[in-house]
Every structure is written in C-alpha cells, then in structure tokens.
Design a protein around this ligand. Sequence first.
Ligand SMILES: Cc1ncc(COP(=O)(O)O)c(C=O)c1O
Length: 421
Amino acid sequence: MLKNSGVEQDYRALTPASAAWEQRGRQVMPIAGSRAIAFHSPYPLTIVRGEGPFLFDADGNRYIDLIGNMYALVHGNAFPPIVEATAAQIAAGTAWPANNGPQIELAELLTARLPAVEQVLFCNSGTEAFSLALNIARGATGRSRFLMAQGGYHGTMWEPNLATKGLPGPTHLSAPYGDTEAFLAVIAEHAQEIAAVFLEPVQGSSGLTLPPAGFLRSVREACARHGILFVLDEVISLRLAEGGQQSRLDFVPDLVMMGKIIGGGFPVGAVGGRAEVLAVVDPIAPRALASGTFSGNPVTMAAGLASMRHLTQGAIDHIDELAAILEQGVHAHARALGLPLHTRRVGSMLACFFYDPGPGAVTGVRPDAALLTRLHFASLVNGLFPTPKAAFATSTVMTPALVEDIVERFGRALRSAVEDT
Ligand SMILES: Cc1ncc(COP(=O)(O)O)c(C=O)c1O
C-alpha cells in the first residue's frame, strides 16, 4: 500500500470531518462501519447527503456519484418519484405481519418482465436471496450442496474469503467461471449431492466478466439431466434490460436471484422462478421456509415499484449511451498519457484496467493496484466517487453534459495519479 503520497495528502486535507468520524467509529465498530467493501485506507468518506447524481460528505465536499451504492441506485440519489412513493407509505405504516398490496404489484411487474419468473418471494438483500434460493433448492431436490464459480459473488452468506483460505464449508463446490468442462466434471462427480448451481450472467466482482458462448447453456443442460436447479444471479444484471440479462441471452433458468434496483435504494432481495419450484415454501406442507420480519415490507416495495416503473427501455438506452461516452472519454485521456487502458463495458457498467486482463475473471491482487490506489484518491479530490478499483455505473439522472464533466475530471485525476509517484 502506497503511504503518504501527494494525492493521499490532498485527500486527507479535504476530508478532516470524515477522518474524525472514522476515529470515533473505530471505538465502537471494528471497521467504523458495516461494509468491508466501503472501507479503504486511510479512511473512507462519511457521506451526509445524496441528491440526484451527487453525494456530499461531512466536510461539505460534492462528488459525482459514479457507482450508485454498488449498482443499486439506477436513478441516482433521492429520486423524486421514489421519495414521494416512500414518504406516503412511511406515513401509512412501515411493516406488518400480513399481506400488503405494493409487494403484489412489484411481483406482478417482475413476473411480466422476466421470462424465467412466474412467481416471486421477497427478502431483504441479495445475500438473503442466495440463502432463500439455496433452501428452496434443498427442499425441492432433497440434496444439500451447491456449486458456484470461483471469483463469483452471491453475498456474504457464502464467505468467499474463508473459501480462499481453505475453509470452503461442507456444502460448497466450485469451478472456474467460464470453464464448461470443469463445471461438467464437478456436476458429473457430485450429481447426487448438488441441489443447485449458482452463476452470474455478468460476474461483477471479477471485473464485469462475461461468460464465453455456450457456457451457461451447457451447464444448464447438465443441471437438467441430473435434476439440479440452475439459479441465475441477476442481482446486478437486472439493469441491463427490462427483462434482465436472461432476456438478452434468451436464457431461462429454474430460479433467479434479484436485488439492488428492485428496492429503489432500500434493502431488498428476491427469488423468482417456476411456480412449481417455489411451491416448496407452501406453509401448509413446507419443504423450505420463506419468512423474515421485514421481507416484502411496503416501504421497500413502494420504492422498488417506482424504481422499476421508471426503468423503461428508453431509460436503459440512455444510461448505456452515457456509459459508452464515458468509456470513450477515459480512453482518450489514457491515450494522451500513454497509459495501456483496457475497459470492459456491459451496458451502463464500466470497469477499467491499466493492463490487459484478457477475457476471464479477474481475481487476486491486480498488477495495476498501486496506480488504482492513487487514481482513487485523485478521483475523490477531483470530485468523483467511483469504486477504489475504478468501476463506474451511470444513472438515469445523468446527462451528456455531466458525463463530459466526469470525463474532464477523470483526465485531471489520471494525470495527478500518474505524476504522483
Ligand atoms: C451478483 C451479486 N449477488 C449477490 C449480491 C449480494 O447482495 P447484497 O449485498 O444485497 O447482500 C451482490 C452484491 O453486490 C452481487 O453483486
């Protein structure tokens, strides 16, 4: 880790109130927050307000929000239709152990849009959606193990850090993402033990990795042959099309994990799929339990409805075009500085690499890690809020003029990151 570079000093000088919050937080929380992903050295910002495409920190600095709470805020911060819908719902009460209309309406919207989703169950996060999907698969198959891709991410219930340290747990099996032969071999060897295979159609955590042609379909066919359920994790990829990435791939899994944008900025997760599979949670003759004090609460559901109703194909085309402009802009600045920039863009999501990552999953320490650290500080100092690994996502409230501003700021940030050696 780079220590006390000029850009880090600039960051510290701009953000004393965030430093003070971090110090105070450390007394009572191990990472002064609850999300490891939000942590970076020497301390992350403390944000006090979000408005449209902007975030404001505890010192009053303004940042252009380039990640929208890890791809969840597709309409930016405090999107007026979501604020109005949730304010009305909060005033009418927030959660009851009974049914409510907004969750039926959101389920209707999702079943109408997603080809594989005949019915839906809601929960409170993508992590919970993983747990719910696994329990449904265990109830449906009478088997307990699951298979996922190395470098995949389905939330914290399945602990990737422990897996890489040799503590994979009794139910976990894995194979490299995109390696059809390896997946088919694990399935053939353990067929009678595997309840479900979990795969992402775009692997966000490994640098927006796309599956090679035929991979998802071959694994799906092997699952069908052996009575294993195929779970497609669309937690981040739902923003790519009204019907999710499954509609673009013409791919119909048994179950679908959802989250992020379907909660309009509130905590959410969901599992959808064929009615006969979801029927295992029938309370009269349960083979798996679906429950949760706040699952399907009407505030989240009202926010999700407003979010999804405004995510039309036109809105998706808009954010995809903005991300394409951003991609061209970052390349122009990298070329001007003689840097070997490679990008992966999937719709409105963009990942940057200052080396050639090839087509596969990017895991472990990256060769451009030191430059990324300096670029992260320099981005923050220049009023941009990307992820520490230079991943970006556009939102519907951005305009081409704002994206030009982002590109200009990125150019300044990249120059100071390169000069700051
Ligand atoms: C593909 C994928 N699945 C599941 C999750 C977990 O969702 P949550 O953070 O809401 O638990 C994430 C979170 O980033 C994700 O990207």
